[in-house]
Design a protein around this ligand. Structure first.
Ligand code: M6R
Length: 365
């Protein structure tokens, strides 16, 4: 049931603090260390792994893009994320020293399963992150991490995504702890910061009225662009996918540094450009990018982390998100993008939970 909410999507957005908490806290032991029961990677196994692929589709792929940052930062192993439908046909280099991480909410996505089988046949080890216990993806993997998001009914994925992010951070930290590739202090510092995420997501829900107003502004536009750098670019891709799939507005995400290389030609008077800016070390660059699109007439909407210099930001609208470590920011920055997609779809009178032409689980190619 929708539990008093108008749509499953809104219910699932609001379930995120609880889902993140479950996914995280149920895996911490008395000493606050991560314990992953269904993952049996030893130090020997990890020392052998020379390359990790993260393979998934749609939103799960976007989680994988964030996962790359976490694994490279914490576990210090090179990671290449790829879309499953591309990966399976491009003859990627795979051997016994390869780990393939498959991310899939349903655990039944045809291309993701095919990628697993392809990698397995070449000797790779398979670790999957899925929301469905006993799903095909889980059954065909050597190691499994179950996101405890609970059933996700709306076609547009929300709580599955944020719990996939948490899962990837935890897998990365777990590997780092086994390899001793980061200090104990840093390991516990990130876990502590993750514990604070549910309350911070809750804070963002208070911005719903501001977000509804922005939905009113973008609802009749032909195109909406998302821009970001680093982990904010990954959120931009996810935000753009969410918006297009349920509002039917054309959206695209650009790496903000790429604007000058072609994409800025698309900006006209009043084109909405949503700029995600949560990364301290990239903030000034993002501020310049906002200026650039505004100079071409864009209507700039910024999603900015509190604590970054407000006086620099000249966007037309700004949604603030709570202070957060750069690496964990994607868990928060995505929430306003989910709400914006939701309210835009509602205002347009679309079938929010069952958008046209889409199925929840894509079990055919
Ligand atoms: O069940 P999966 O996580 O494997 O599904 C992957 C995609 O089909 C899915 O994330 C899709 O992109 C969503 N509709 C996005 O909201």
């Amino acid at each position: 049931s929708k539990g008093g909410y108008d749509h499953f999507m809104l219910k699932e957005i609001y379930e995120q603090p609880r889902a993140i908490k479950e996914t995280l806290l149920r895996r911490l032991d008395d000493n606050g260390r991560i314990v992953l029961d269904d993952i049996n990677l030893t130090k020997e196994d990890l020392d052998k792994i020379s390359k990790i692929y993260i393979v998934a589709c749609g939103t799960a792929y976007h989680a994988g893009l964030v996962g790359r940052y976490a694994i490279e930062r914490f576990a210090k192993i090179p990671v290449e994320p790829d879309v499953a439908s591309e990966f399976r046909y491009r003859e990627p280099f795979i051997d016994e020293n390869t780990l393939l991480i498959a991310v899939s909410q349903s655990g039944e996505t045809a291309d993701t399963l095919a990628a697993i089988r392809e990698a397995k046949s070449k000797g790779a080890r398979i670790l999957s992150i899925t929301n469905v216990v006993g799903s095909s993806v889980a059954r065909e993997s050597d190691d499994v991490f179950y996101t405890w998001a609970g059933p996700e009914i709306a076609v547009a994925s929300t709580k599955a995504y944020t719990t996939q992010l948490v899962a990837l951070y935890m897998v990365a930290l777990h590997m780092a702890n086994i390899k001793k590739s980061i200090s104990e202090d840093y390991y516990f510092e990130i876990i502590e910061k993750m514990k604070a995420l549910p309350d911070k997501v809750e804070e963002i829900f208070k911005k719903s009225d501001e977000i509804k107003k922005i939905a009113e502004i973008i609802k009749d536009k032909n195109s909406v662009f998302y821009i970001g750098r680093g982990l904010d670019y990954q959120t931009s891709m996810e935000g753009a996918l969410k918006l297009k799939e349920i509002s039917y507005i054309h959206t695209e995400a650009f790496a903000a540094g790429e604007l000058k290389h072609g994409t800025i030609a698309l900006i006209e008077k009043e084109t909405p450009v949503i700029a995600v800016a949560s990364q301290d070390y990239l903030y000034e660059k993002m501020v310049s990018n906002i200026q650039e699109v505004k100079a071409r007439g864009a209507y700039a909407i910024a999603i900015v982390k509190e604590g970054l210099d407000e006086s620099l930001n000249h966007a037309d609208e700004t949604i603030y998100i709570p202070e957060v470590d750069n690496i964990l920011a994607p868990v928060l920055t995505v929430v306003p993008t989910q709400l914006l997609a939701y309210y835009t779809s509602v205002i347009k009178g679309n079938d929010v939970d069952k958008p046209r032409n889409l199925a929840k689980s894509v079990t055919v190619e």
